[in-house]
Each structure stands twice: as structure tokens, then as C-alpha cells.
Write a protein that binds this ligand. Structure first.
Ligand code: HEM
Length: 190
């Protein structure tokens, strides 16, 4: 008995298979992998050359602050691009500003997160550091999900704003649980 083939139109098939699923799954895997590595490997205590700063914490706190400021530029440029800032017609270079502030924020975060994960690992003994460690792995998961979603043309309209918003919220939490804590505990020092 031959099973009748039900004709399926591509649009229905695309909608049903949720084009954002793969980016979300890969992003989730990246977050879990970083978390497992952060918990399972023995922290090395590897000391980076603080490059003119008083120490690794100060250097990381300033790099993370740079990433946070660039992320704010990202949010403002995204709001302008989506026409959410009343009375502001986004200049033609807003897209470029958004892309490059995002890339630079990511690049500034990498050496910081490398030191966090490799030298310190994911630590759960202090609530501030537990939240920080979880947000760190979540941030890269969301970042990967957003980058994988960018080239996709069949995504629901909410996908990029939601992923962008989650990445910014995670980076804000990361900054508050590290740089802000450092500067309010030890002062604004280099
Ligand atoms: C990827 C996962 C991450 C893990 C597991 C992690 C973990 C940690 C841990 C355990 C500390 C030491 C906290 C302390 O004893 O005070 C730390 C410090 C720090 N982290 Fe992360 N972190 C991660 C990602 C990030 C990211 C993405 C940033 C910023 C972009 C960041 C910024 C900092 C800064 C500035 C410090 C030094 C200030 C401090 O000691 O709190 N971390 N991190």
C-alpha cells in the first residue's frame, strides 16, 4: 500500500520548523559547554600581564567597562534603526555603528572571559560570583544564537530584538557583578 504523499508548501514547512530553533540550540550548547568547562577544569590561576594596570582585576574591570559602554551604543543604535527613538531619523551609518560597536564589545570581552574561565573557573560559593559566572556563560550562548540568526531571512520579527536585548541584559549583569563591584570596593583605580 503506497502512503499518499501530502503536498507540503514550503512556507508552512518553514514556519513549522521554527527557523530560530537551530541558533537557539547551538547557543544553548555553547553556554552549557562553557559552564561545564568552567566547573570541571582545575582553575590555573594563570596571571595575565596587566599591561600598565595595577593588576588583572583592574585591567579586566576597565576592558569590561569598555565592552559595556559599546553595548549601550549598540542598544541606542538598534532603537534608532527600529525607529523607536521619537523624532530621530536614523542616519545611514547607524547600521555600521551598530555592527562595529557589537564586534568591538565582543572582542574586548574575550580576553576578560578567557582569564575568568581559564584562571578562575565558574565559582558558585559567593552569590555575586555565582550570578556572574552563570551570566558569563549565558552571554556567549546568546551571542552565538544572535550571530547564527543574523543571516536568516525567515525569522519572526521579534527574534533579533529579543536576542539582542538578552545579550545586553546579560552584559549589564556581568558588568554590575564585576567591574561595578570592583570600582565600588577598591575605588576607580587603573
Ligand atoms: C564566561 C564565563 C565567565 C565566568 C565563569 C566568570 C567567572 C569569574 C570569576 C569566578 C571571577 C572572580 C570573581 C571574584 O572573585 O571577585 C571573575 C572576575 C571578573 N569577571 Fe568574569 N566570568 C565570566 C565571564 C566574564 C565576562 C564575559 C566579563 C565581561 C565582559 C567578565 C568580567 C569580569 C571582571 C571585570 C572580573 C574582575 C572583577 C572581579 O573580580 O569581580 N567575566 N569572573
Amino acid at each position: 500500500m503506497t502512503v499518499p504523499q501530502i503536498p507540503r508548501n514550503d512556507a508552512a514547512r518553514k514556519q513549522s520548523s521554527a527557523p530560530y530553533l537551530v541558533p537557539l540550540l547551538v547557543g544553548g550548547l555553547v553556554a552549557v559547554a562553557l559552564g561545564v568547562y568552567g566547573r570541571e577544569h582545575t582553575p590555573t590561576g594563570y596571571a595575565v600581564g596587566p599591561a600598565g594596570f595595577s593588576g588583572a582585576q583592574a585591567m579586566k574591570s576597565w576592558l569590561a567597562t569598555g565592552a559595556f559602554v559599546l553595548a549601550i551604543v549598540q542598544v541606542i543604535s538598534a532603537l534608532a534603526m527600529y525607529g523607536k527613538i521619537p523624532g530621530l531619523q536614523a542616519p545611514p551609518w547607524t547600521g555600521t555603528l551598530h555592527r562595529w560597536s557589537g564586534r568591538l564589545a565582543f572582542v574586548l570581552s574575550v580576553p576578560v572571559a578567557f582569564h575568568c574561565l581559564y584562571a578562575l573557573g565558574a565559582q558558585f560559593d559567593v552569590p555575586r560570583v555565582l550570578v556572574h559566572s552563570l551570566l558569563g556563560t549565558f552571554f556567549y550562548g546568546v551571542f552565538v544564537a544572535k550571530m547564527l540568526s543574523l543571516p536568516k531571512r525567515d525569522l519572526p520579527g521579534w527574534t533579533l530584538p529579543v536576542l539582542g536585548g538578552l545579550a545586553f541584559t546579560a552584559l549589564t549583569g556581568l558588568w554590575l557583578t564585576s567591574s561595578f563591584w570592583f570600582f565600588t570596593t577598591f575605588g576607580i583605580t587603573f
